[in-house]
Design a protein around this ligand. Sequence first.
Ligand code: ADE
Length: 366
Amino acid sequence: MAIVSSGPQSQGRPEATPPPRRLLDPAAAEVPAEPQELVVREDSLRPKRLDDYIGQGELKQVLRIAVEATRARAEALDHVLLYGPPGLGKTTMALVLAEELGVRCRITSAPALERPRDIVGLLVNLQPHELLFIDEIHRLNRVAEELLYPAMEDYRLDLTVGKGTTARTRSLPIAPFTLVGATTRAGALSSPLRDRFGLIQRLEFYGLEDLQAIVLRAAGLLDVRLDAAAALEVARRCRGTPRIANRLLRRVRDVASVRGHAAVTAALVHEALSLHRVDGRGLDAHDRRLLTLMLEGYGGGPVGLDTLAAGLGEDPATLEAVVEPYLLQQGLLQRTPRGRLLTEAGRAHLAAAGPVAATPAAGERP
Ligand code: ADE
């Protein structure tokens, strides 16, 4: 298995990333869905150091202290678990940590660690104090997870050699390292695994001001002239998620260049993103279809997740982990013990935006 290492000595190489299913999909694959080989897209917009990383103040404060103390002791940083919705910068933060510590970060994802030898290969090749980033860590299989326990605790691999009655366990020392685990579903982690992380930190949706600053920073790096009002319009539509903000900015840049505008204004952002059916609150046709199905199909709910997923031709887990968090955070939708409920704000948003057909229009992907 190949692993791309990123850090002071090397950078991830570019890859052909599959196009996002939706412009507003925060989880749009950073790594291929079924990776044999994991390559983090080289992204010139990623902040490289803690000082460049905008927002997530509490997280940065905690990690800054941990990094400083670790450097002073010349040890490996304690294992870090980062959790929260997709697109908020978990991978970026792992790369920033590596940069701050002056070590390499090896990047993988739990679905790529199918066979024991995948994780063993990774662990035995780690150099002292390096970071190992495992995305979607809640999807690790039991064998991989059990190999990780002594590795995390004592920097040791317990390997079974031989079969049947001749099988015996051999312990192999490995370099002191830091596991950075990332997950959108902290609750899905087993407690023995969770308990082995010294730092457990949640990433929050970003506020408008931070998003505006992220858009302005990205515009500078992309050489796009864009004023503060235009940056705020992008910020309003990106669902609290920098990954989406940067993607929207690229689409706005396309429209500006095709229309021959030297500078991007708020009006141009509105026009460019309306083309993609992204409304002023960052909802797209997909979100409005969900809210419309709740309103028109179920009188606003409560209605079960599986029922909604079936009605939209969507996977329930994706609906729950990817689509719902922002709608919940915006107060448009509520989770109740009896099912999902459309709120007054949700009804008002639909009334203002106009409902869309609850079933996908011809030619439109669900
Ligand atoms: N680009 C994406 N996320 C960012 C962040 N948190 N700070 C600065 N630039 C970013």
